[in-house]
Write a protein that binds this ligand. Sequence first.
Ligand code: PMP
Length: 459
Amino acid sequence: MAVNRPAPTAATSVHEGILRRQSLRESAARTYARSLPIVPVRARGLTIEGADGRRYLDCLSGAGTLALGHNHPVVLEAIKKVLDSGAPLHVLDLATPVKDAFTTELFATLPRELADDARIQFCGPAGTDAVEAALKLVRTATGRQGMLAFTGAYHGMTAGALDVSGGATDVRVTRLPFPYDYRCPFGVGGERGAELAARLAAGVLDDPKSGVPAPAGMILEPVQGEGGVVPAPDSWLRRMREITAARSVPLIADEVQTGVGRTGAFWAVEHSGVVPDVMVMSKAIGGSLPLAVIVYRSGLDAWQPGAHAGTFRGNQLAMAAGAATLAFVRENRLAERAATLGARMLARLQGLAASHRCIGDVRGRGLMIGVELVDPETTAPDALAPPPAPRLAAEVRHQCLERGLIVELGGRESAVVRLLPPLTLTDEQADAVLDRFADALATAERSVRSRGVRAAPVG
Ligand code: PMP
Protein backbone atom coordinates (compact mmCIF):
# COMPACT_ATOMS: atom_id res chain seq x y z
CA MET A 1 0.00 0.00 0.00
CA ALA A 2 1.34 3.44 -1.00
CA VAL A 3 2.64 5.50 1.87
CA ASN A 4 0.92 8.90 2.06
CA ARG A 5 3.90 11.26 1.74
CA PRO A 6 4.04 14.03 -0.90
CA ALA A 7 7.25 15.44 -2.40
CA PRO A 8 8.73 18.42 -0.45
CA THR A 9 7.14 21.75 -1.49
CA ALA A 10 6.61 25.25 -0.06
CA ALA A 11 3.58 23.77 1.75
CA THR A 12 5.69 21.17 3.52
CA SER A 13 8.07 23.85 4.74
CA VAL A 14 5.10 25.85 6.17
CA HIS A 15 3.96 22.67 7.88
CA GLU A 16 7.43 21.96 9.28
CA GLY A 17 7.87 25.56 10.47
CA ILE A 18 4.59 25.49 12.39
CA LEU A 19 5.45 22.16 14.02
CA ARG A 20 8.93 23.39 14.93
CA ARG A 21 7.53 26.54 16.57
CA GLN A 22 4.95 24.45 18.41
CA SER A 23 7.60 22.21 19.91
CA LEU A 24 9.63 25.27 20.97
CA ARG A 25 6.76 27.26 22.44
CA GLU A 26 4.10 24.88 23.76
CA SER A 27 3.99 23.01 27.03
CA ALA A 28 5.76 19.72 27.58
CA ALA A 29 2.32 18.43 28.62
CA ARG A 30 1.01 18.52 25.02
CA THR A 31 -0.32 15.12 24.09
CA TYR A 32 -1.88 14.32 20.70
CA ALA A 33 0.49 16.79 19.06
CA ARG A 34 3.39 14.49 19.86
CA SER A 35 2.11 11.36 18.16
CA LEU A 36 0.21 13.15 15.37
CA PRO A 37 2.55 15.68 13.71
CA ILE A 38 -0.26 17.14 11.60
CA VAL A 39 -1.14 20.80 10.96
CA PRO A 40 -4.83 20.59 10.04
CA VAL A 41 -6.02 23.31 7.66
CA ARG A 42 -9.22 21.85 6.21
CA ALA A 43 -11.59 19.09 7.20
CA ARG A 44 -14.87 17.56 6.11
CA GLY A 45 -16.53 14.44 7.41
CA LEU A 46 -13.95 11.74 8.00
CA THR A 47 -11.15 13.59 6.22
CA ILE A 48 -8.58 16.07 7.50
CA GLU A 49 -6.12 17.84 5.24
CA GLY A 50 -2.79 19.03 6.60
CA ALA A 51 -0.81 22.17 5.70
CA ASP A 52 1.55 19.90 3.75
CA GLY A 53 -1.30 18.71 1.53
CA ARG A 54 -1.52 15.24 3.07
CA ARG A 55 -4.99 13.84 3.70
CA TYR A 56 -6.01 11.61 6.58
CA LEU A 57 -8.99 9.50 7.55
CA ASP A 58 -9.70 10.68 11.07
CA CYS A 59 -10.73 7.85 13.40
CA LEU A 60 -9.88 9.86 16.51
CA SER A 61 -12.71 12.38 15.86
CA GLY A 62 -11.55 14.89 18.47
CA ALA A 63 -11.24 12.13 21.08
CA GLY A 64 -14.72 10.87 20.29
CA THR A 65 -16.33 14.31 19.97
CA LEU A 66 -17.32 14.48 16.31
CA ALA A 67 -20.44 12.36 16.01
CA LEU A 68 -21.07 13.82 12.55
CA GLY A 69 -17.43 14.15 11.53
CA HIS A 70 -15.74 17.44 10.77
CA ASN A 71 -17.75 20.49 9.63
CA HIS A 72 -21.02 18.71 8.94
CA PRO A 73 -23.33 20.99 6.91
CA VAL A 74 -26.11 20.95 9.56
CA VAL A 75 -23.60 22.01 12.22
CA LEU A 76 -22.14 24.80 10.07
CA GLU A 77 -25.63 25.98 9.19
CA ALA A 78 -26.69 26.10 12.86
CA ILE A 79 -23.59 28.13 13.78
CA LYS A 80 -24.09 30.56 10.87
CA LYS A 81 -27.73 31.06 11.87
CA VAL A 82 -26.73 32.24 15.35
CA LEU A 83 -23.99 34.48 13.97
CA ASP A 84 -26.36 36.05 11.43
CA SER A 85 -29.13 36.55 13.99
CA GLY A 86 -27.30 39.20 16.01
CA ALA A 87 -27.79 37.16 19.21
CA PRO A 88 -25.20 37.81 21.95
CA LEU A 89 -22.42 35.23 22.02
CA HIS A 90 -21.72 35.60 25.73
CA VAL A 91 -24.67 35.33 28.10
CA LEU A 92 -23.34 33.78 31.37
CA ASP A 93 -26.12 31.38 32.43
CA LEU A 94 -29.04 33.51 31.25
CA ALA A 95 -31.97 32.00 29.39
CA THR A 96 -31.88 32.33 25.59
CA PRO A 97 -33.94 30.85 22.76
CA VAL A 98 -30.84 28.90 21.63
CA LYS A 99 -30.34 27.39 25.09
CA ASP A 100 -34.04 26.65 25.42
CA ALA A 101 -34.02 24.77 22.10
CA PHE A 102 -30.87 22.83 23.06
CA THR A 103 -32.39 21.76 26.39
CA THR A 104 -35.62 20.65 24.72
CA GLU A 105 -33.67 18.61 22.16
CA LEU A 106 -31.41 17.05 24.81
CA PHE A 107 -34.33 16.11 27.06
CA ALA A 108 -36.03 14.44 24.08
CA THR A 109 -33.10 12.01 23.86
CA LEU A 110 -33.03 11.02 27.54
CA PRO A 111 -34.46 7.85 29.05
CA ARG A 112 -38.13 8.76 29.69
CA GLU A 113 -37.95 8.09 33.42
CA LEU A 114 -35.13 10.62 33.80
CA ALA A 115 -36.47 13.18 31.32
CA ASP A 116 -39.77 13.40 33.20
CA ASP A 117 -38.03 14.41 36.43
CA ALA A 118 -34.75 15.98 35.30
CA ARG A 119 -32.79 19.11 36.08
CA ILE A 120 -29.93 20.27 33.89
CA GLN A 121 -26.87 22.15 35.04
CA PHE A 122 -24.71 23.90 32.45
CA CYS A 123 -21.12 23.58 33.60
CA GLY A 124 -17.76 24.98 32.54
CA PRO A 125 -17.00 23.95 28.96
CA ALA A 126 -15.09 20.66 29.39
CA GLY A 127 -16.14 17.15 30.33
CA THR A 128 -14.01 17.35 33.45
CA ASP A 129 -16.02 20.42 34.63
CA ALA A 130 -19.22 18.39 34.43
CA VAL A 131 -17.60 15.52 36.34
CA GLU A 132 -16.64 17.99 39.09
CA ALA A 133 -20.21 19.25 39.17
CA ALA A 134 -21.59 15.70 39.44
CA LEU A 135 -19.29 14.82 42.35
CA LYS A 136 -20.12 18.05 44.15
CA LEU A 137 -23.84 17.60 43.51
CA VAL A 138 -24.06 14.16 45.12
CA ARG A 139 -21.82 15.24 48.01
CA THR A 140 -24.09 18.22 48.62
CA ALA A 141 -27.27 16.17 48.30
CA THR A 142 -26.17 13.28 50.55
CA GLY A 143 -23.97 15.17 52.99
CA ARG A 144 -21.41 12.39 52.55
CA GLN A 145 -17.89 12.65 51.15
CA GLY A 146 -16.68 9.25 49.93
CA MET A 147 -17.02 8.11 46.35
CA LEU A 148 -16.97 4.70 44.68
CA ALA A 149 -15.06 4.55 41.41
CA PHE A 150 -13.47 1.89 39.23
CA THR A 151 -10.07 0.64 38.21
CA GLY A 152 -9.10 1.82 34.73
CA ALA A 153 -11.55 4.74 34.83
CA TYR A 154 -10.92 8.10 33.17
CA HIS A 155 -13.04 11.08 34.13
CA GLY A 156 -10.84 14.09 33.37
CA MET A 157 -7.91 16.18 34.51
CA THR A 158 -9.23 18.55 37.19
CA ALA A 159 -8.63 17.56 40.81
CA GLY A 160 -11.93 15.84 41.64
CA ALA A 161 -12.15 14.08 38.27
CA LEU A 162 -8.57 12.88 38.62
CA ASP A 163 -9.36 11.51 42.08
CA VAL A 164 -12.01 9.20 40.66
CA SER A 165 -9.86 8.16 37.68
CA GLY A 166 -7.90 4.91 37.72
CA GLY A 167 -4.42 6.28 38.38
CA ALA A 168 -5.27 8.29 41.53
CA THR A 169 -4.92 7.66 45.25
CA ASP A 170 -7.43 10.00 46.90
CA VAL A 171 -8.39 8.72 50.35
CA ARG A 172 -12.03 9.67 49.86
CA VAL A 173 -12.33 7.39 46.85
CA THR A 174 -12.71 3.63 47.07
CA ARG A 175 -11.69 1.85 43.93
CA LEU A 176 -13.60 -1.26 42.91
CA PRO A 177 -12.56 -3.66 40.12
CA PHE A 178 -14.13 -2.91 36.75
CA PRO A 179 -15.29 -6.08 34.95
CA TYR A 180 -12.47 -6.15 32.37
CA ASP A 181 -13.23 -9.48 30.77
CA TYR A 182 -9.94 -9.99 28.89
CA ARG A 183 -7.87 -9.35 32.02
CA CYS A 184 -10.43 -10.35 34.64
CA PRO A 185 -9.14 -9.37 38.10
CA PHE A 186 -10.62 -12.62 39.48
CA GLY A 187 -9.02 -14.76 36.80
CA VAL A 188 -12.32 -16.18 35.56
CA GLY A 189 -13.78 -13.71 33.04
CA GLY A 190 -17.25 -13.76 31.49
CA GLU A 191 -20.49 -13.41 33.42
CA ARG A 192 -18.90 -15.06 36.45
CA GLY A 193 -16.14 -12.43 36.63
CA ALA A 194 -18.69 -9.63 36.36
CA GLU A 195 -20.83 -11.21 39.07
CA LEU A 196 -17.84 -11.46 41.41
CA ALA A 197 -17.06 -7.78 40.79
CA ALA A 198 -20.67 -6.91 41.68
CA ARG A 199 -20.58 -9.02 44.86
CA LEU A 200 -17.40 -7.27 45.94
CA ALA A 201 -19.09 -3.88 45.47
CA ALA A 202 -22.09 -4.95 47.55
CA GLY A 203 -19.82 -6.48 50.19
CA VAL A 204 -17.80 -3.29 50.58
CA LEU A 205 -21.00 -1.31 51.14
CA ASP A 206 -22.57 -3.78 53.58
CA ASP A 207 -19.59 -4.79 55.69
CA PRO A 208 -19.50 -2.42 58.69
CA LYS A 209 -15.77 -3.17 59.01
CA SER A 210 -14.89 -2.69 55.32
CA GLY A 211 -13.26 0.62 56.21
CA VAL A 212 -15.42 2.33 53.58
CA PRO A 213 -17.93 4.84 54.98
CA ALA A 214 -21.31 5.21 53.25
CA PRO A 215 -20.40 6.96 49.98
CA ALA A 216 -21.91 10.05 48.39
CA GLY A 217 -22.10 8.30 45.03
CA MET A 218 -20.74 5.79 42.56
CA ILE A 219 -19.29 6.98 39.24
CA LEU A 220 -18.76 4.73 36.24
CA GLU A 221 -18.35 4.74 32.47
CA PRO A 222 -20.72 2.34 30.66
CA VAL A 223 -17.81 1.64 28.30
CA GLN A 224 -14.41 2.67 29.61
CA GLY A 225 -12.89 4.72 26.82
CA GLU A 226 -9.42 5.95 27.68
CA GLY A 227 -9.12 2.83 29.85
CA GLY A 228 -8.93 0.77 26.65
CA VAL A 229 -12.48 0.42 25.29
CA VAL A 230 -13.79 -1.91 27.97
CA PRO A 231 -17.57 -2.33 27.79
CA ALA A 232 -19.31 -3.05 31.07
CA PRO A 233 -21.58 -6.09 30.71
CA ASP A 234 -25.27 -5.07 30.82
CA SER A 235 -25.92 -7.53 33.65
CA TRP A 236 -23.15 -5.91 35.73
CA LEU A 237 -24.52 -2.42 35.11
CA ARG A 238 -27.96 -3.57 36.22
CA ARG A 239 -26.40 -5.04 39.38
CA MET A 240 -24.64 -1.72 40.06
CA ARG A 241 -28.00 0.03 39.71
CA GLU A 242 -29.71 -2.43 42.10
CA ILE A 243 -26.87 -2.25 44.63
CA THR A 244 -26.73 1.55 44.67
CA ALA A 245 -30.51 2.04 44.62
CA ALA A 246 -31.03 -0.37 47.53
CA ARG A 247 -28.49 1.58 49.62
CA SER A 248 -29.52 5.11 48.55
CA VAL A 249 -26.19 5.76 46.82
CA PRO A 250 -26.63 8.03 43.75
CA LEU A 251 -25.32 6.44 40.56
CA ILE A 252 -23.43 8.74 38.19
CA ALA A 253 -23.00 7.57 34.59
CA ASP A 254 -20.17 9.37 32.83
CA GLU A 255 -21.42 9.43 29.22
CA VAL A 256 -18.92 12.07 28.11
CA GLN A 257 -17.44 9.72 25.50
CA THR A 258 -20.17 7.09 25.10
CA GLY A 259 -23.09 9.45 24.46
CA VAL A 260 -24.94 10.60 21.33
CA GLY A 261 -25.12 7.29 19.48
CA ARG A 262 -21.48 6.34 19.76
CA THR A 263 -22.06 2.86 21.26
CA GLY A 264 -25.10 1.93 19.17
CA ALA A 265 -27.70 3.43 21.53
CA PHE A 266 -28.30 7.15 21.98
CA TRP A 267 -26.97 6.86 25.55
CA ALA A 268 -24.89 3.80 26.43
CA VAL A 269 -26.89 3.11 29.61
CA GLU A 270 -29.87 2.28 27.38
CA HIS A 271 -28.29 -1.05 26.40
CA SER A 272 -28.87 -2.28 29.95
CA GLY A 273 -32.07 -0.33 30.65
CA VAL A 274 -30.35 1.29 33.62
CA VAL A 275 -31.50 4.80 34.52
CA PRO A 276 -28.77 6.57 36.51
CA ASP A 277 -29.38 9.38 38.99
CA VAL A 278 -26.88 11.67 37.29
CA MET A 279 -25.63 11.67 33.69
CA VAL A 280 -22.46 13.53 32.75
CA MET A 281 -22.37 14.73 29.15
CA SER A 282 -19.92 16.63 27.00
CA LYS A 283 -17.95 16.03 23.75
CA ALA A 284 -20.59 15.26 21.05
CA ILE A 285 -23.38 17.30 22.69
CA GLY A 286 -21.58 20.49 21.59
CA GLY A 287 -21.46 19.45 17.94
CA SER A 288 -17.64 19.94 17.95
CA LEU A 289 -17.65 23.06 20.16
CA PRO A 290 -17.08 23.04 23.96
CA LEU A 291 -20.17 22.24 26.02
CA ALA A 292 -20.68 20.19 29.18
CA VAL A 293 -23.73 19.51 31.32
CA ILE A 294 -25.03 17.24 34.01
CA VAL A 295 -28.60 16.00 33.98
CA TYR A 296 -29.95 14.60 37.23
CA ARG A 297 -33.05 13.64 39.13
CA SER A 298 -34.73 16.68 40.64
CA GLY A 299 -34.53 15.15 44.12
CA LEU A 300 -30.76 15.74 44.09
CA ASP A 301 -31.13 19.44 43.32
CA ALA A 302 -29.93 20.58 46.73
CA TRP A 303 -27.57 23.29 45.43
CA GLN A 304 -27.58 26.77 46.91
CA PRO A 305 -27.80 29.50 44.22
CA GLY A 306 -24.29 29.99 42.83
CA ALA A 307 -22.99 26.78 44.43
CA HIS A 308 -21.37 25.79 41.15
CA ALA A 309 -20.80 28.85 38.99
CA GLY A 310 -18.55 29.70 36.04
CA THR A 311 -18.15 32.44 33.44
CA PHE A 312 -18.35 30.18 30.39
CA ARG A 313 -21.60 28.27 30.79
CA GLY A 314 -23.54 29.84 27.97
CA ASN A 315 -21.71 29.02 24.74
CA GLN A 316 -24.44 29.86 22.23
CA LEU A 317 -22.59 28.54 19.21
CA ALA A 318 -21.96 25.20 20.95
CA MET A 319 -25.60 24.93 22.01
CA ALA A 320 -26.80 25.58 18.46
CA ALA A 321 -24.23 23.16 16.96
CA GLY A 322 -25.08 20.63 19.67
CA ALA A 323 -28.85 20.85 19.19
CA ALA A 324 -28.36 20.35 15.44
CA THR A 325 -26.13 17.32 16.09
CA LEU A 326 -28.52 15.73 18.58
CA ALA A 327 -31.44 16.21 16.18
CA PHE A 328 -29.49 14.82 13.21
CA VAL A 329 -28.39 11.72 15.13
CA ARG A 330 -31.96 11.12 16.35
CA GLU A 331 -33.73 11.78 13.04
CA ASN A 332 -31.29 9.73 10.98
CA ARG A 333 -31.13 6.87 13.48
CA LEU A 334 -27.35 7.08 13.59
CA ALA A 335 -27.18 5.08 16.83
CA GLU A 336 -28.65 2.09 14.99
CA ARG A 337 -26.27 2.72 12.12
CA ALA A 338 -23.34 2.76 14.58
CA ALA A 339 -24.52 -0.57 16.01
CA THR A 340 -24.72 -2.27 12.60
CA LEU A 341 -21.55 -0.85 11.12
CA GLY A 342 -19.64 -1.31 14.39
CA ALA A 343 -20.63 -5.00 14.50
CA ARG A 344 -19.39 -5.43 10.92
CA MET A 345 -16.08 -3.72 11.70
CA LEU A 346 -15.63 -5.82 14.84
CA ALA A 347 -16.25 -9.00 12.83
CA ARG A 348 -13.62 -8.01 10.27
CA LEU A 349 -11.12 -7.18 13.01
CA GLN A 350 -11.84 -10.52 14.68
CA GLY A 351 -11.02 -12.14 11.32
CA LEU A 352 -7.74 -10.25 11.31
CA ALA A 353 -7.02 -11.50 14.85
CA ALA A 354 -7.20 -15.08 13.56
CA SER A 355 -4.09 -14.47 11.46
CA HIS A 356 -2.24 -12.12 13.86
CA ARG A 357 -1.41 -13.57 17.25
CA CYS A 358 -0.38 -10.10 18.44
CA ILE A 359 -4.08 -9.15 18.49
CA GLY A 360 -5.06 -10.29 21.97
CA ASP A 361 -8.60 -8.97 22.03
CA VAL A 362 -11.01 -7.12 19.76
CA ARG A 363 -13.88 -5.46 21.57
CA GLY A 364 -16.19 -2.51 21.64
CA ARG A 365 -19.70 -1.32 21.21
CA GLY A 366 -21.04 0.47 18.16
CA LEU A 367 -18.36 2.74 16.74
CA MET A 368 -16.24 2.68 19.88
CA ILE A 369 -13.76 -0.05 19.00
CA GLY A 370 -10.56 -1.27 20.63
CA VAL A 371 -7.89 -3.72 19.48
CA GLU A 372 -5.67 -4.83 22.35
CA LEU A 373 -2.18 -5.72 21.19
CA VAL A 374 -0.15 -8.26 23.14
CA ASP A 375 3.12 -10.11 23.14
CA PRO A 376 1.97 -13.67 22.34
CA GLU A 377 5.43 -15.16 23.00
CA THR A 378 5.41 -14.22 26.69
CA THR A 379 2.87 -15.76 29.02
CA ALA A 380 2.91 -15.75 32.79
CA PRO A 381 1.61 -19.10 34.12
CA ASP A 382 -1.26 -17.59 36.15
CA ALA A 383 -2.25 -14.86 33.65
CA LEU A 384 -5.44 -15.11 31.59
CA ALA A 385 -3.89 -13.18 28.71
CA PRO A 386 -0.42 -12.42 27.32
CA PRO A 387 1.14 -9.12 28.43
CA PRO A 388 0.22 -5.90 26.59
CA ALA A 389 2.51 -4.70 23.78
CA PRO A 390 2.77 -0.89 24.03
CA ARG A 391 5.71 -0.56 21.65
CA LEU A 392 3.94 -2.49 18.95
CA ALA A 393 0.83 -0.34 19.50
CA ALA A 394 2.87 2.86 19.12
CA GLU A 395 4.37 1.49 15.91
CA VAL A 396 0.91 0.56 14.59
CA ARG A 397 -0.30 4.11 15.28
CA HIS A 398 2.75 5.44 13.43
CA GLN A 399 2.28 3.11 10.46
CA CYS A 400 -1.42 4.04 10.31
CA LEU A 401 -0.42 7.71 10.11
CA GLU A 402 2.02 6.91 7.31
CA ARG A 403 -0.95 5.42 5.43
CA GLY A 404 -3.16 8.45 6.10
CA LEU A 405 -5.15 7.00 9.00
CA ILE A 406 -5.44 8.67 12.42
CA VAL A 407 -5.98 6.31 15.36
CA GLU A 408 -5.33 6.74 19.06
CA LEU A 409 -4.07 4.47 21.80
CA GLY A 410 -5.70 3.75 25.15
CA GLY A 411 -5.63 1.26 27.96
CA ARG A 412 -3.54 0.86 31.09
CA GLU A 413 -0.32 0.50 29.14
CA SER A 414 -1.32 2.29 25.93
CA ALA A 415 -1.51 -1.02 24.08
CA VAL A 416 -5.09 -0.71 22.82
CA VAL A 417 -5.57 0.82 19.36
CA ARG A 418 -8.81 2.79 19.46
CA LEU A 419 -11.13 3.55 16.56
CA LEU A 420 -13.73 6.29 17.10
CA PRO A 421 -14.92 7.17 13.60
CA PRO A 422 -17.83 9.54 12.98
CA LEU A 423 -21.28 7.92 13.01
CA THR A 424 -21.71 9.12 9.43
CA LEU A 425 -19.01 6.68 8.24
CA THR A 426 -19.97 4.93 4.99
CA ASP A 427 -19.39 1.22 4.32
CA GLU A 428 -16.69 2.12 1.78
CA GLN A 429 -14.94 4.40 4.28
CA ALA A 430 -15.07 1.66 6.92
CA ASP A 431 -13.41 -0.73 4.47
CA ALA A 432 -10.74 1.86 3.64
CA VAL A 433 -10.04 2.38 7.36
CA LEU A 434 -9.71 -1.34 8.01
CA ASP A 435 -7.57 -1.93 4.88
CA ARG A 436 -5.13 0.72 6.07
CA PHE A 437 -5.19 -0.63 9.61
CA ALA A 438 -4.50 -4.21 8.46
CA ASP A 439 -1.62 -3.07 6.28
CA ALA A 440 -0.16 -0.91 9.07
CA LEU A 441 -0.42 -3.78 11.54
CA ALA A 442 1.44 -6.18 9.22
CA THR A 443 4.28 -3.67 8.70
CA ALA A 444 4.46 -2.73 12.39
CA GLU A 445 4.57 -6.38 13.43
CA ARG A 446 7.50 -7.04 11.09
CA SER A 447 9.43 -3.94 12.09
CA VAL A 448 8.97 -4.42 15.85
CA ARG A 449 9.44 -8.19 16.01
CA SER A 450 13.20 -7.97 15.78
CA ARG A 451 13.36 -5.27 18.48
CA GLY A 452 10.99 -6.84 21.03
CA VAL A 453 7.34 -5.78 21.32
CA ARG A 454 7.13 -4.83 24.98
CA ALA A 455 9.64 -2.01 25.31
CA ALA A 456 7.99 1.28 26.32
CA PRO A 457 6.74 3.43 23.44
CA VAL A 458 8.69 6.53 22.52
CA GLY A 459 6.98 9.95 22.84
N1 PMP B 1 -15.04 11.49 31.08
C1 PMP B 1 -14.75 10.65 30.08
C2 PMP B 1 -15.42 9.31 30.04
C3 PMP B 1 -13.85 11.02 29.08
O1 PMP B 1 -13.55 10.15 28.10
C4 PMP B 1 -13.25 12.30 29.14
C5 PMP B 1 -12.26 12.76 28.09
N2 PMP B 1 -11.67 11.82 27.32
C6 PMP B 1 -13.59 13.14 30.20
C7 PMP B 1 -14.50 12.71 31.14
C8 PMP B 1 -12.99 14.51 30.33
O2 PMP B 1 -13.43 15.35 29.32
P1 PMP B 1 -12.56 16.65 28.95
O3 PMP B 1 -11.28 16.17 28.32
O4 PMP B 1 -13.42 17.42 28.01
O5 PMP B 1 -12.31 17.38 30.21
